[in-house]
Write a protein that binds this ligand. Structure first.
Ligand code: GLU
Length: 410
C-alpha cells in the first residue's frame, strides 16, 4: 500500500465533496514523519541497526491513532499510506481520533523474544517525546502483539510516569481490556453478516474463502463459523487449504494454536496456493493478511461477488476498478476492519478513567458503533450512487474536513 494508492481513493471522494485544492493538500500532507535508527545488540552479541518509522498524519479530530507494524517490507511510503487510512478510518466510525501509523523493517519470526523486546524499548527511547495519551497512541498491527504493547507502556512510563493510555491493545492482565484482541475479527464478521442480509442472504451455508490466519483471520473465522458460514478455503503465510464441503474451523484453530500460529502440516484439506485461494469458487472473499494481494493482474480471476477488506489495503486501485465494472461489491478496509481501533478507543477511555467494562459491554458498544457506521456508509452509497469505498471515504474525509474548518488553521 503506497501513499499514492490511498490518494486515488481520496481524490474520488474529494471530487464528490467538491473540496478545494488547498483543503486537499492540507488533508493529504502528514503533520509529522519520523524515521529513527534503532541500534541493538543481538543474542549473538553482534550489533544490528534497524530502521523505525512513525507517521502522524492528521489530528483535526483528536489525538492520532494507529498501529505499529513489524514486517520486512515496512518503509516510509507504506507507513505514510497506512497512516492516512487511519485518519479516514477513525472518522468513518466517528471516534475522536486522528490517524497515525508506525513500523520497523524487520521479520519478527526471525528474532527472539528478548531481541524484539530490546528493539521495541529502544524504539520507544527514540520517539517517547513524540507520542503519548493526548498526542499519538500506538497499537498492535501486523507482526506486533499485546506483549509488545506492554513493553511500550512500561518503557514510556520510565520517562513520563504511569501512563497506560499511551498505547492500546495491551494484555488484559496489564491494563488492557477484554474484547480488544477479538475486536477486529468480530467487526469483520459482524459487518459481513450485515452486508449479506442486505443482499437477502442468510449466513448458514454461505461459502467463505479467508486469506490470513493471524489475529484478524482467526477471530473472523471463529465468529463466522459460529454463524454457520462454510469456510471452503483458508490460507496463511505458508499456503492455503481447500475443502468445498467446508473446512473444520475449530480443528484448524486448535492446530494453529499448537503450532506457533501456523497451519503448515495440517491435513484436513487439499493444498492450494494463496493465489489460487483468491480465485476460489465462493460467496465471500476475505483477504485478512497482506496489503496489495488483489491487483490489476489477478482481479479478473476472482469469482466471489463480495469482498471484505479485513486487511489494510488488500485491493489495489487497479483491482478496485476491475471489481467495480464486474459488479463485485467491496466492503472497504476503513470500515471493515475498524473494530480494532474502536475497541482501542474503549481501552484508552477506560485507562484514563481507571475503570473497566466487562466483555458484554465492550461487544455491545462495538456492535453499535460499527452498525451505525455501516448504515451511514450504505445510505450514502445508495443516495450518491457510488461504491461503498467512495461513500466511506466521503464520510471520513468530510468529517476531517469539517473539523479542520471548525478548528481553524491559524
Ligand atoms: N492496527 C489496527 C488498524 O489498522 C488497529 C489500530 C489501533 O487500534 O489503533 O486499524
Amino acid at each position: 500500500m503506497s501513499a499514492d494508492a490511498t490518494r486515488i481513493y481520496f481524490d474520488r471522494a474529494a471530487n464528490e465533496l467538491d473540496l478545494s485544492d488547498a483543503m486537499r493538500r492540507l488533508l493529504l500532507t502528514a503533520r509529522r514523519e519520523v524515521q529513527v535508527q534503532i541500534p541493538v545488540e543481538l543474542d549473538t552479541g553482534e550489533m544490528a541497526t534497524f530502521i523505525g518509522y512513525r507517521v502522524q498524519h492528521n489530528n483535526a479530530r483528536g489525538p492520532m491513532k494507529g498501529g505499529l507494524r513489524y514486517h520486512p517490507q515496512v518503509d516510509l511510503d507504506e507507513v505514510r499510506g497506512l497512516a492516512a487510512l487511519m485518519t479516514w478510518k477513525t472518522a468513518v466510525v466517528n471516534i475522536p481520533y486522528g490517524g497515525a501509523k508506525g513500523g520497523i523493517a524487520l521479520d519478527p519470526t526471525k528474532r527472539s523474544t528478548r531481541e524484539l523486546e530490546r528493539i521495541t524499548r529502544r524504539f520507544v527511547d527514540s520517539i517517547h517525546d513524540l507520542f503519548g495519551p493526548d498526542v499519538d497512541i500506538p497499537a498492535p498491527d501486523m507482526g506486533t502483539t499485546a506483549e509488545m504493547m506492554a513493553w511500550i507502556m512500561n518503557q514510556y512510563g520510565k520517562y513520563h510516569g504511569f501512563s497506560p493510555a499511551c498505547v492500546t491493545g495491551k494484555p488484559v492482565e496489564y491494563h488492557g481490556i477484554p474484547g480488544r484482541e477479538e475486536a477486529t475479527g468480530r467487526g469483520v464478521g459482524a459487518l459481513t453478516l450485515k452486508i449479506l442480509s442486505r443482499r437477502g442472504r442468510q449466513a448458514p451455508g454461505t461459502r467463505i474463502a479467508l486469506q490470513g490466519f493471524g489475529n484478524v483471520g482467526t477471530f473472523t473465522a471463529r465468529f463466522l463459523h459460529d454463524a454457520e458460514c462454510r469456510f471452503v478455503a483458508i490460507g496463511d503465510a505458508d499456503g492455503a487449504f481447500h475443502r468445498p464441503d467446508g473446512l473444520d474451523v475449530p480443528q484448524m484453530l486448535k492446530f494453529a494454536q499448537a503450532h506457533s500460529g501456523r497451519l503448515e502440516g495440517y491435513t484436513g484439506g487439499d493444498r492450494m496456493t494463496n493465489e489460487e485461494l483468491l480465485a476460489v469458487d465462493c460467496d465471500v472473499l476475505i483477504p485478512a493478511a497482506l496489503g496489495g494481494v488483489l491487483t490489476g493482474t489477478n482481479a479478473a480471476a476472482v469469482k466471489a461477488p463480495l469482498i471484505i477488506e479485513a486487511a489494510n489495503a488488500p485491493v489495489t486501485p487497479d483491482a478496485d476498478a476491475v471489481f467495480d465494472s464486474a459488479g463485485i461489491t467491496v466492503l472497504p478496509d476503513i470500515l471493515a476492519n475498524a473494530g480494532g481501533v474502536t475497541a482501542s478507543w474503549f481501552e484508552w477511555v477506560q485507562n484514563r478513567q481507571h475503570y473497566q467494562w466487562g466483555i458484554n459491554r465492550v461487544r455491545q458498544e462495538l456492535d453499535q458503533i460499527l452498525g451505525s457506521a455501516f448504515e451511514q456508509v450504505w445510505q450514502l452509497a445508495q443516495e450518491r450512487k457510488v461504491s461503498l469505498r467512495t461513500a466511506a471515504y466521503m464520510l471520513g474525509v468530510g468529517r476531517v474536513g469539517r473539523a479542520t474548518v471548525l478548528g481553524g488553521i491559524g
